[in-house]
Design a protein around this ligand. Structure first.
Ligand SMILES: Cc1ncc(COP(=O)(O)O)c(C=O)c1O
Length: 384
């Protein structure tokens, strides 16, 4: 990825604007339009009125760090203490702090492709070289030798995202152990971006890399309540890291963001403390049902829809229905004819493969939307 690409707006932005103008259905951006739990909305209101409106400590308020550490112990099986937790401005804030602390221009990093564009752009901004490891369509497996080759003497960081955006891949325990063992051997930190940790389907279990044997000293776990509580605009995320590194990350968090929004930290703490397991189970069941609905809608419209293992995006192959067309062209056609927004593959592959119809033959649809929106999408799909 070159520097110029950083400033190229993703196709996703244009899709959003065009669909809004047509009053169409936007399944492009992953904004997460589901209702947020009442308990945290009330708690935010209370926190604001109680006067929690000034700066929080740069590491985050104590009650939230305690609550996150408990979840890390129980759900993620990572034996961390409160001191290992840094509250950040969304997981984006956590990623930025790590990148700013650990990377310098000329360094190398390893990233799986397709990728979440913020990951690649963050690295490009730092002027580092990205060595890509390909997740292979349609199972999204990777070649272990390719990973071993991608890690060079200049590699300063590896980034893994599970469940993965955009493919939905849930990395298996042996894949994570393999990646982690390589990082241990070469003494390279690895970011594990786990913002979709509660969204794994068909009985799959989310595995946190830092919970695996021997990996705790190299893994930097990045999490967020954006998706879990459907509060993408609140900007509450976290970084959980070994004590040897957390102080530097806290300093950078202070310098870049000062702190995450104080009253909203109080509200999220309350949500974590008080929402029962059934909250997470019910959300997952809702997502599973939306996944089934969208899969059926896209398949019957002639797309090669792939059921994701996790997260809340569905990739749909376009080459059978629209042979020879790039994903950008199919995305344009969907907007014009069906008033339906989806993100073309080029956003997740970068310029290397832009316009290459062999590789860029899919669109990404987000189903974190109300059922009525999915129903409208299905009706609109019938128009193509
Ligand atoms: C893989 C991944 N990581 C991080 C983020 C950023 O989330 P946050 O709102 O916590 O900054 C997203 C958002 O779409 C994402 O898909």
């Amino acid at each position: 990825m070159n520097f110029q690409e950083i400033f190229e707006p993703p196709a996703l932005r244009e899709v959003t604007l065009r669909v809004a103008k047509l009053n169409g259905v936007n399944l492009g951006q992953g904004v997460c339009l589901l209702p947020s739990p009442e308990i945290i909305l009330d708690a935010a209101n209370t926190a604001v009125h109680k006067g929690f409106n000034t700066y929080a400590p740069p590491q985050g308020i104590e009650s939230l760090r305690v609550a996150i550490a408990k979840r890390l112990n129980t759900f993620n099986r990572i034996p961390y203490e409160t001191e290992n937790v840094l509250v950040t401005a969304g997981s984006t804030g956590a990623l930025e702090v790590v990148s700013e602390t650990l990377l310098q221009a000329g360094d190398e990093v390893v990233l799986f492709r397709p990728f979440y564009p913020y990951h690649s752009k963050m690295f490009a901004r730092k002027g580092v070289k990205i060595n890509f490891v390909e997740l292979k369509y349609p199972d999204w497996n990777f070649d272990p030798d390719e990973l071993a080759r991608a890690i060079t003497p200049n590699t300063k960081l590896v980034l893994v995202n599970t469940p993965h955006n955009p493919t939905g891949k849930v990395f298996t325990e042996s894949e994570l152990q393999f990646i982690g063992d390589h990082c241990v051997k070469r003494n390279i930190p690895v970011i594990s971006d786990e913002v979709y940790e509660y969204m794994t389907y068909d009985g799959r279990k989310h595995i946190s890399m830092a919970s695996l044997p021997g990996l705790q000293d190299v893994v930097l776990t990045v999490g967020s309540y954006s998706k879990t509580f459907a509060i993408t605009g609140w900007r509450i995320g976290y970084l959980a890291a070994p004590l040897s590194m957390i102080n530097n990350f806290r300093t950078l968090n202070d310098q870049i963001y000062v702190c995450a929004p104080t009253p909203l930290q109080h509200a999220v703490a309350k949500g974590i403390e008080e929402l029962p397991d059934s909250y997470y189970e019910n959300r997952l069941a809702e997502y599973a049902s939306k996944r089934a609905y969208l899969h059926e809608a896209l398949s019957s419209a002639g797309f090669n829809a792939l059921k994701p293992q996790g997260a809340y995006y569905m990739l749909a192959g376009t080459s059978e229905k629209f042979p020879g067309m790039t994903s950008e062209q199919v995305s344009d056609l969907l907007i014009d004819k069906a008033h339906l927004g989806a993100v073309p593959a080029s956003d997740f592959l970068g310029s290397v493969v832009k316009g290459d119809t062999k590789r860029s033959n899919f669109l990404r649809f987000c189903y974190a939307v109300p059922d009525e929106t999915l129903e409208r999408a299905k009706q609109n799909l019938a128009k193509i």
